[in-house]
Design a protein around this ligand. Structure first.
Ligand code: HEC
Length: 128
């Protein structure tokens, strides 16, 4: 009897530990991207809402950006390129204080914001 119980503990404890680790891993996975980004929709959102300031190619040279005191971000700059998707997402969601980059929360859905980040990533990889 004692022997069986001992074996049972030996089996159950690792199983619980592994399950715990897996749920942790899965949890962070879900947080990183709720679903695969739709770059086509991201492009549409970008063209409609962002291009006028950030420019067709994401160089920060859109027509509406010329007159601004704070220039629109150029997504090809290292300072922008090195930011995580999460950071860009937060900027889009909350805006940049004291700049024409306002918050898009309420105007874009979470999915649209994620998609537009993927489009910005795509632009940043392309040359002139
Ligand atoms: C009215 C002009 C304007 C529009 C429209 C606009 N932005 Fe911006 N955006 C800016 C400005 C200006 C900054 C830079 C602020 C700074 O440098 O502090 C900026 C910064 C950003 C940044 C931060 C980049 C970085 O390197 O940290 C992201 C991301 C961004 N914009 C995404 C978007 C998206 C996505 C849209 C469309 C949904 C959009 N912007 C629309 C003006 C605009």
């Amino acid at each position: 009897m004692r022997r069986i119980r001992h074996n049972l503990t030996l089996t159950i404890v690792p199983v619980i530990v592994v399950a715990g680790l897996m749920s942790l891993a899965f949890h962070s996975f879900v947080q990183a991207g709720d679903y695969p980004a739709d770059t086509t929709r991201g492009k549409t959102v970008y063209q409609r809402h962002c291009q006028a300031c950030h420019g067709v190619g994401g160089w920060g040279d859109g027509p509406d950006g010329q007159a601004l005191k704070v220039a629109p971000a150029n997504f090809h700059r290292f300072s922008s390129f090195l930011k995580s998707d999460e950071e860009l997402l937060r900027t889009i969601e909350h805006g940049v204080v004291f700049s024409p980059m306002h918050s898009w929360r309420g105007q874009l859905t979470d999915g649209e914001m994620q998609d537009v980040v993927s489009h910005i990533r795509l632009l940043a990889q392309q040359g002139r």
